[in-house]
Design a protein around this ligand. Structure first.
Ligand code: FO1
Length: 319
């Protein structure tokens, strides 16, 4: 809506559903000036295909094609192939819609032909008409695993198959030491006027992005050059907007509040955006050395997504 040549270059760090909603609001405000760096650590191989869960959630949302009931996958998808796979005895707990499967087929085919994940994702986005740029945090595979009473589990086993029921004692990002920021992510951060950390799970959505060797250094370098970094709390009133972030924070020894999230971002962010219901936590956030901005952060529709995006950008604008 603002768009045009005077719109700021915005880089957002995001995971799945919560990240996609704010990204949609940001895209409505700055259009193709938005670059989203997405978590790839909950990517998963299913039936021989690579599924990039967070990338696809953000891509479908920015293309206006997302399934609003599920929060992931495509609107009006069907499940014929899934039923046929189950007839062959394949596990059916991670559900891939018929049209969604086309995304994973094209992605996997192009990767096997030697294309980089970043190039493959950009191709898919272009074909779906996404205005923004969505960049995988790295081209190398990184996979989140969580340690529960039953030992280490792959992320989607924990998240989908076990419905986030087990308590998480430890988190690791397998392969992250060998990953590196891509030329595209580094160029986007270098060109950013403002960097936004979406209200995604700080441990397993934003955590892997920041764990890519060189990523926090790139962000700190931008910040040292005067680029503000604003983080938005995904914990409102002590509860995660979606998913297990509240329980995960608690079981890993953090406070399951917006203040607990702010503490995780204390060395990263200049501005922390928290919901009006958490206004009482603002002084404690400011005591961490981060400017606290209180606003309505619940994104129920397009208008509230754009409103939050504007509020976040306004909070970082020079006085
Ligand atoms: N989430 C579910 O709860 N159940 C599913 O069967 C499921 C399938 C799925 C397929 C493709 C895709 O891109 C995402 C999918 N998700 C599913 C969502 C995904 O597990 C989560 O959104 C993220 O990994 C957490 O951010």
């Amino acid at each position: 809506v603002i768009g045009g040549s005077d719109a700021p270059n915005v880089v957002a760090l995001a995971g799945g559903v919560g990240g996609a909603k704010l990204a949609e609001g940001l895209q409505a405000v700055v259009g193709d000036r938005l670059t989203v760096i997405v978590n790839t650590a909950d990517d998963t191989e299913r039936h021989g295909l690579l599924v990039c869960a967070d990338h696809d959630t953000v891509m479908y949302t920015l293309a206006g094609l997302e399934n609003p009931e599920l929060g992931w996958g495509l609107a009006d998808d069907s499940w014929t192939v899934m039923a046929a796979l189950e007839r062959y005895g394949e596990e059916g707990w991670f559900r891939l819609g018929d049209q969604d499967l086309a995304t994973h087929i094209v992605r996997t085919d192009r990767l096997r032909r030697g294309e980089r994940l970043t190039a493959v994702c950009r191709h898919l986005q272009a074909r779906l008409g996404v205005a923004a740029t969505i960049l995988p945090m790295a081209d190398e595979p990184v996979r989140t695993q969580v340690r529960t009473d039953d030992g280490w589990l792959n992320f989607q086993d924990y998240f989908v198959r076990l419905r986030q029921a087990p308590e998480v004692h430890e988190v690791r990002f397998v392969g992250v030491e060998a990953a590196q920021p891509t030329a595209e992510t580094l160029a986007a951060v270098a060109a950013a006027d403002v960097i936004v950390v979406a209200p995604s799970n700080p441990i397993v959505s934003v955590g892997p992005i920041l764990a890519v060797p060189g990523m926090t250094e790139a962000l700190a370098h931008a910040r040292a050059g005067g680029v503000p970094i604003a983080a938005v709390s995904g914990i409102v009133g002590g509860k995660a907007l979606k998913g297990p972030a509240d329980r995960m924070l608690a079981s890993l020894g953090h406070e399951a509040t917006a203040l607990g999230v702010a503490r995780l971002y204390r060395d990263l962010a200049d501005v922390f955006v928290l919901d009006a219901v958490d206004a009482a936590l603002a002084p404690a956030v400011e005591a961490l050395g981060i400017r606290a901005v209180v606003t309505d952060t619940i994104m129920t529709d397009d208008a509230s997504r754009a409103r939050l995006a504007r509020a976040v950008l306004a909070a970082t604008a020079p006085a």
